[in-house]
Design a protein around this ligand. Sequence first.
Ligand SMILES: Cc1cc2nc3c(=O)[nH]c(=O)nc-3n(C[C@H](O)[C@H](O)[C@H](O)COP(=O)(O)O)c2cc1C
Length: 184
Amino acid sequence: MSPDDLLSLITSRRSSVLIASDQPVDTAVIDQMLTAAQFAPNHKRTWPARFAVISGESRLTLGNAIADAMAARGDDDAKVTKSRTKYMRSPIVIVVASARGESDTETEENKYAVAAGIQNMLLVAHSHGLASLWGSPAKGANDAITHVCGFDSTDHVMGLVYVGWPSRDVAQVERPAPRVQRLS
Ligand SMILES: Cc1cc2nc3c(=O)[nH]c(=O)nc-3n(C[C@H](O)[C@H](O)[C@H](O)COP(=O)(O)O)c2cc1C
């Protein structure tokens, strides 16, 4: 791959949940995404990323656990109901969490490392022509999600990544130029 090819891959990626929910994704592709995430930089080799690959009925289990946590917080009924089936939108949802470090600084840097890993995942998905979207966890649902995923309760859920074959194309958006100071 040339530098131009890499830049083209990066600049053509878009977030999308316009996904064919019933079209399966090869496990080997998902494994490539996880490998790519694991190759992101991480300070002091803490290897902080934790993954759960959710498919089939487990998507409902995840949605119901999150919805129950939202209901317990008093979230809006319509949002709670929507969450119950939200994860059925794609054949695969990859939950990504960041492990707690031995200090606050390490915990913070672990999150940076995992965020870098998620971008690697999105790029690998895109390189296969898959659609993907990094979704935020619902507020107050960390415990529910770590429980369903079998993570440590101290792990911090960074995102729920929807992955699947696109049902529609997504238009490119104009991006502002990078804000940069050049000092010499
Ligand atoms: C930390 C983080 C959390 C995000 N959470 C959500 C989310 O909850 N729902 C959503 O639709 N998109 C979410 N996104 C995706 C952004 O909306 C998307 O990246 C942004 O609109 C830019 O579009 P692009 O990815 O196509 O460049 C999130 C992105 C990041 C980095």
